[in-house]
Design a protein around this ligand. Sequence first.
Ligand code: NAP
Ligand code: MG
Length: 492
Amino acid sequence: MVKELMNYINGEWVKPDTDRENIVLNPANQEVIGKGFHSSKEQTEEAIRVAKETFERGEWANATPGERAAVLLKIADMIDERAEEIATLDTIDNGKILEEASFDVADAASTFRYYAGLIQAPAGEVFNASDDHQSMIVREPVGVTGLIVPWNFPLLMSVWKIAPALAAGNSIVFKPAEVTPMSAMILFDIFDQIEELPKGVANMVMGEGNVVGQTISESHDVDMVSFTGSTAVGKKIMQAASGNLKRISLELGGKSPNIVFADTDLDMAVDYGLFGIFYGSGQICSAGSRILVEESMYDDYVKLFVEKVKNIKVGPGLDPESNMGAIVSEQQMNRVLEYIEIGKQEGATVAAGGYRLTDNGLDKGFFIAPTVFVDVENDMRIVQEEIFGPVVTIQPFKDEADAVRLANSTNYGLAGGVFSKDGSRAMRVIKQVRAGITWVNDYHPTFVEAPWGGYKQSGIGHSLGTYGLEEFQEVKQINVRLQPESPGWFPQ
Ligand code: NAP
Ligand code: MG
């Protein structure tokens, strides 16, 4: 069934107002699943105006934490009730396998529940500033928040922003990615059914990044932009945001090292290597896209890795036999294939994959074989640049210092993992990795309680945890005089 793409502004479903079409495809077979239009700058400004008026009216901003939490809990329950529908939609929209999409939906419900709990915990500080002052530090919503998300976790990336933004009492203007807008319409359908969420608090505008996204980033009526996406667009947003010095939170790209010492169990290390890069077809910002292996284990590691890659069954996300799904769009597939060509031209060796998959009924979809590059030099583009697809490089290292040097040798600093049976060494190494999301003897699991964010050009600020709530809060000091009297500063 083809769904019509709609905006949600001031509690009403409205059509995007340009004649520029957006056709949303299932990347596994190019079937049309959504159809509609992009929104104009004026329509985006209308949503911002609504969010501003709603914020100033204060119904939501001044609702008690308990009232806001009740709404968030209701949203979580309604996500659970519609879990299958949402997971199926994210699967056919993004291309990922259904099992992954189902985890995303469960995580999304947990995120709403977590922030429902957190917002009800007593917050702020009180201190005796002087013998005649009682001072307080209180937290308030930032105001109108613009939320811009990518296509790799259509529902979950939206919820990582929407849940804390709403919990804190903000109004929002949300823009999904052009290629994956489908599950967001269910989320806003859920919002639509909750009477206790005042109209105009949560607004959604569909459309192009350089129109809708740019308008949100530039607007002087937007107090904050929270963005997840590429480093290149993150830089544009930072510039656009400078017009009114709005607050920014940027979750950007990565090129994360997965470091394996030779004392590690080979089989396990290889399995984590595969999981680290090929989960989500490598379209994950924290993917372990650079595997670094200690010299003495290198040959065995590569051999086993290449053997095991062959077991990965690539196919449509809805097929329970598939272990890895499609690439999100033709454009992204071509981008990844281009990087594979660049790698070959740079002189790297393709040890596995390296091509588009078209056999066994995959010809209508956008599938790429899991690809492994060896014989790479550290300054090659395939080692330094984010490919955002099922492509990994495997490099040898000599010793601890060499591993750390290679690990830190890109502009990114999002994630990283280290595998070793020597606990002290693993700790020494992981502490030196300049990245915000790290693992020891593990790769990928993260928790809603812990801050998600990058070092270096991987971003500014954090999602999740208490940090993810504070992003959406201003802090104010209130100094209370206990014995009010004239300050006596100027002559009486
Ligand atoms: P992208 O091209 O940067 O797009 C992200 C979002 O920004 C989309 O909604 C896009 O709109 C919009 N956008 C594009 N140009 C804009 C502009 N000038 N102003 C404002 N918004 C604009 O990234 P993507 O290709 O969708 O996603 C992949 C990237 O996201 C990767 O780099 C990945 O590492 C990163 N990512 C990071 C995290 C993290 O937590 N650090 C998580 C997931 C993904 P359109 O839909 O029109 O393109
Ligand atoms: Mg799609």
